[in-house]
Design a protein around this ligand. Structure first.
Ligand code: UGY
Ligand code: MN
Length: 247
């Protein structure tokens, strides 16, 4: 999508944000040595999680996050490995991912040039529920199911459906012309990364053209709807807080 100087497709509103590539701001952080980070979504927006891109400028090793924080990592480019203490290193394949529960002692290995998408949030335990276990897999290996019986809108659930997990991370794949069946308004929030294709996203009372590489934050009760437009499928990764009472 073309822009001239002084323009951006990024937009920020009370209950949503669209973060387009032109406004990516790179930073470095002490606990991500050798990496350039682009924070797409943080609590400063109103979100209860962080969602950021990482690119390694050299071979590097990253320690587990702070106590009580859970981490999800999606491989985007290059060699990304996860080594959980006491286990062999696991290399994330193309679109490989790892969910590392709070307290899981691990090292994230990024080779020079590797890129990943990371989500972190404070884990909310649930009385009586078993703690979540680490998950290492890849999007192409996850079962695909139609959403509400519509074969033109396919869903993959990347994390187990168990009460100990306080988040869902799904991939939704829309055939051209397919859309969400209704305008959703729910108490859960979302972090979204468009992986392929494009379309129109309704967020609150605004409609945005969106394309692969765009990130979206949807706060609680943000009216939301998506319709895929284009020759190819539109596919996005979407996080939501899950399995916990809103009170
Ligand atoms: O799971 C969801 O809430 C999802 N259908 N929302 C969305 O795609 N905006
Ligand atoms: Mn939703």
């Amino acid at each position: 999508m073309r822009q001239t100087f002084g323009e951006t497709r990024s937009a920020f509103a009370a209950k949503h944000a669209l973060i387009s590539h032109d406004s990516h701001e790179q930073v470095t952080l002490p606990h991500w040595p050798g990496c350039a980070l682009v924070h797409l979504i943080t609590p400063a927006l109103g979100a209860e999680f962080t969602f950021f891109l990482v690119r390694a400028a050299e071979d590097t090793e990253i320690a587990a996050p702070a106590a009580g924080v859970e981490r999800f990592v999606l491989q985007r480019e290059g060699q990304v490995t996860v080594t959980i203490r006491g286990e062999d290193a696991a290399r994330l394949s193309e679109e490989g991912y790892a969910f590392l529960p709070a307290g899981c002692d691990h090292v994230l290995g990024l080779a020079h040039g590797a890129a990943a998408l990371v989500l972190e949030r404070h884990y909310r335990p649930l009385d009586g529920a078993a703690l979540p276990v680490p998950v290492v897999s890849a999007i192409p290996e996850v079962a695909v199911q139609p959403l509400k019986g519509d074969e033109r809108l396919m869903l993959q659930k990347l994390l187990p459906d168990a009460p100990g997990f306080d988040m869902e991370i799904n991939v939704m794949d829309f055939a051209p012309g397919a859309g969400l069946p209704y305008v959703e308004t729910h108490f859960m929030e979302h972090g979204l990364m468009l992986l392929d294709g494009g379309g129109v996203y309704r967020l609150e009372d605004a409609w945005y053209p969106v394309a692969a590489g765009d990130a979206i934050w949807m706060g609680p009760f943000c009216p939301q709807w998506f319709g895929a437009i284009g020759r190819g499928n539109a596919r996005y990764l979407i996080y939501k807080n899950w399995n916990r009472d809103p009170l």
